[in-house]
Design a protein around this ligand. Structure first.
Ligand code: ATP
Ligand code: MG
Ligand code: MG
Ligand code: MG
Length: 465
């Protein structure tokens, strides 16, 4: 029977069964007694399985002895308990079929040694073959499944919001333009420049920066919904926290205020962390040992602590009184910098923090104005070791207030008629949040750079894969 390496190792196959494992060679070691030990991995689990290949195999000299890292093989034989330390089972091979050799082993980029993550970014198509990216990929998968499971169990519906949109939900002017121009023969201006005009079949269109506005419409009909899909922002800077293309999770709940939103965020994060700790044991152990000491404990602490809620105005006071010297002095009216966020969550309280009620001027137009007239019902969830991981708010459900804020932000209400309709036809208080999926992966895997949290990172100057 064909079995995955995971199954072969986890004890679910009876010893002495005949098995076939397929995968790629990690390492090969030859003993003087004429036996080769070939470690084979198929990505199904962290550890490779050891295939014991004796020199009695007909292709031993010609093929087995030429196997190098990256070669692909199909091995048939008997699954036996392993004598070796740390290994549960191995395959006593009766046949090792080589499907593909590595044509030039000396220049094969993924040698069996530790590579820097910077180097691996240059070979994004081969890095999934490393321990590190195998583990990240599995954690990403388990986390994504947990996201869907969480919302499903809580009675949410998954809504696929459009990728091509007309509205800049965040008003941050970081949009990529979509074009239907004939690239071979684009229209030109009198000066000979390409005339981008209104180029989505005659209308202006952009790649979405957030699915929120669209998901709100579904929220005001199905009560609890979420979107989870790709998001694009023209982040023209090189940070370790920003990608030009990332995946965002955005739930939206009707008949809810900011407190309920914060409760949801807390339950959500804890649920996903628990799932990853429970289902990704060997991968998490690897991150703990090789990526960042303490990542597992950090997640366990996160799961077991209740989030502290701090009003933005109080947060500014706390920061002003702090002994710490900040690069940017905290000032009421300015957004919190990462250094401020980390101080609050790491040093001031030592657990996750939800900062609430930010000045209205620094937050998006759709956030609900508070009674004080100068703050909005916005929240950021701050996590020790990273800072902002979630941004959310209660939405402005009153049409007159919404219109006022749009004008104030330089937006034309007539461009948002459909969004305004939601406030005209049976409006209700509602709230939601946005979470960058890659920020979550960075946090769980103890990574330093968000470029390692997504298979093919899109940042300025990198779109070759
Ligand atoms: P930041 O201050 O880090 O730029 P933001 O305030 O612009 O984030 P929001 O508009 O609040 O981000 O988006 C919601 C969430 O999306 C953020 O909390 C973060 O997790 C994630 N996020 C935002 N921009 C990016 C990006 N360029 N790459 C990856 N994740 C991002
Ligand atoms: Mg931003
Ligand atoms: Mg921010
Ligand atoms: Mg934000």
């Amino acid at each position: 029977q064909v079995v995955s390496v995971k199954k072969a190792l986890d004890g679910s196959i009876a010893p002495d069964s005949k098995v076939e494992v397929r995968g790629w060679v990690r390492t090969r070691r030859d003993s003087k007694a004429g036996i080769s030990f070939v470690n084979v991995t198929d990505g199904s689990t962290f550890d490779p399985i050891q295939v014991v290949a004796p020199n009695t195999l007909p292709n031993y000299e010609k093929e087995v002895l030429h196997l190098t890292a990256g070669s692909s093989v199909v091995c048939r034989g008997t699954l036996v308990k392993s004598q070796g330390k740390g290994q549960s089972f191995e395959v006593q091979a009766e046949e090792v079929k080589v499907l593909g050799f590595v044509d030039d082993p000396d220049t094969y980029p993924i040698q069996p040694k530790q590579h820097t993550l910077e180097f691996l970014r240059e070979v994004a198509h081969l890095r999934p073959r490393t321990n590190t990216f195998g583990a990240i990929t599995r954690v990403r998968h388990v986390a994504a499944q947990a996201v869907h499971r969480f919302f499903h169990e809580e009675g949410f519906f998954w809504v696929n919001t459009p990728i091509i949109t007309a509205s800049d939900a965040e008003g941050a002017g970081q949009m990529f333009r979509v074009s239907t121009l004939d690239a071979m023969n684009p229209p030109r201006t009198d000066a000979g420049k390409i005339d981008w005009g209104k180029d989505f079949f005659g209308k202006e269109a952009y790649l979405t920066v957030s699915g929120q506005l669209n998901v709100e419409a579904y929220c005001l009909a199905l009560s609890k919904v979420y979107t989870f899909g790709p998001t694009f922002r023209a982040e023209n800077s090189n940070t370790t926290r920003h990608l030009a293309e990332f995946w965002m999770i955005e739930p939206e709940i009707a008949f809810a205020d900011l407190n309920e939103d914060a409760n949801l965020a807390e339950r959500f994060l804890k649920y996903v962390f628990k799932a990853v700790l429970a289902e990704c044991g060997p991968d998490m152990k690897f991150f703990e040992e090789r990526q960042q000491k303490g990542v597992i404990e950090r997640m366990e602490k996160f799961i077991n602590s209740s989030f502290e809620r701090i009003d933005y105005t109080d947060a500014i006071e706390i920061l002003k009184k702090a002994k710490k010297k900040f690069d940017y002095a905290p000032e009421w009216g300015n957004d919190l910098q990462t250094e401020h966020e980390r101080y609050l969550t790491e040093e001031h309280v030592g657990r996750p923090v939800v900062v609430m009620n930010y000045p209205e001027k620094i937050k998006a137009f759709y956030m609900r104005l508070n009674e004080d007239g100068r703050t909005v019902a916005a929240m950021d969830v701050l996590a020790p070791g990273i800072g902002e991981i979630i941004g959310g708010s209660q939405r402005e459900e009153r049409l007159d207030m919404l219109d006022k804020r749009m004008v104030q932000f330089g937006l034309k209400p007539e461009h948002y008629q459909w969004y305004r309709d939601l406030r005209r036809y049976g409006t209700v208080p509602h709230a939601g949040f946005g979470l960058g999926f890659e920020r979550l992966i960075v946090y769980m895997c103890g990574l330093q750079n968000i470029r390692d949290a997504i298979p093919y990172p899109r940042v300025p100057g990198s779109a070759q894969f």
